[in-house]
Design a protein around this ligand. Structure first.
Ligand SMILES: [Mn+2]
Length: 260
């Protein structure tokens, strides 16, 4: 039977030093690992080499989550945008050096001055994403955009937003479906129905349907059996990673049982 590959995002230990995170990778009950290139786990040349060593000895395949704290790829400030693009390019280069199979990024956001420049943030978002696609091409790295949650001022959150986005960008760009995020706008199934052929990776965590809590699988209101059935219908055989920040081991076990 075709099954998804079940992995783990290291987001849950972003509050711990990088070295501790590498110990956790070695002990993880999976060889599909997502590294968050932000906070204490920000990548450097040396860190990439260390992760590569661990990866080789344990047969790990990596994905990389782009920096996202204080990053807005639709920023109205050319100065800040340049700095952010520089940072994103660096992250893409590290992901390539790590032989990552995917680099995941968030769409841009509205700002406190968006109301004065209607459409400008939307078009800047498109333009920066085109630039990111060119950079990724240069590094021969696959990249994908993630659906992000309410109530943050992101430009692309709902299925309708994505439909408009694809109609305008006119580029091949895959989606990372974050099931927890989609649950907050009640669109898990709609996202799946509309974009299943574009989905190349998934982030899985649970919540109460109101806020992005990143709970363990089965600790919120998401009907995981339904989600699994929906994925089996396709069938989806790509990667899914646990992006919970608690009950991480339990979440991996639950998913393994769900897809057994
Ligand atoms: Mn996510």
């Amino acid at each position: 039977m075709t099954k998804p590959k079940i992995g783990l995002s290291m987001l849950h230990c972003l509050g711990e030093p990088f070295k501790k995170m590498t110990e956790r990778i070695k002990q993880a009950e999976t060889t599909t690992i997502e590294i968050v290139d932000d906070g204490f786990h920000e990548l450097t040349k040396q860190r990439v080499s260390r992760l590569k060593e661990i990866g080789k000895s344990s047969g790990i395949e990596y994905s990389v989550h782009a920096p996202f704290s204080d990053v807005n790829i639709a920023s109205p400030s050319k100065f800040l945008l340049r700095a952010m693009l520089k940072r994103m390019k660096k992250s893409i280069a590290y992901a390539q050096a790590l032989d990552a199979y995917l680099w995941v990024f968030h769409p841009g956001m509205k700002t406190g001055i968006s109301m004065f420049y209607p459409h400008k943030d939307w078009s800047q978002n498109l333009e920066t994403i085109r630039t990111l696609l060119r950079i990724a091409e240069e590094y021969q790295l696959k990249i994908a955009i993630e659906n992000v949650p309410e109530p943050y001022p992101f430009l692309i959150k709902s299925v309708d937003d994505f439909v408009r986005f694809y109609a305008e960008i006119n580029e091949e760009l895959s989606i990372v479906l974050d099931v927890g995020h989609a649950n907050i706008n009640g669109q898990i199934e709609l996202f799946w129905k509309t974009f299943k052929n574009r989905i190349v990776h998934m982030h899985l965590s649970d919540n109460d349907g109101k806020s992005d809590q990143h709970l363990g699988i089965g600790r919120g209101i998401i009907q995981w059996r339904k989600v699994a059935d929906m994925m089996r219908e396709m069938p989806y055989d790509k990667t899914i990673v646990v992006e919970s920040v608690e009950h991480v081991e339990e979440s991996l076990h639950k998913l393994k049982r769900l897809f057994a």
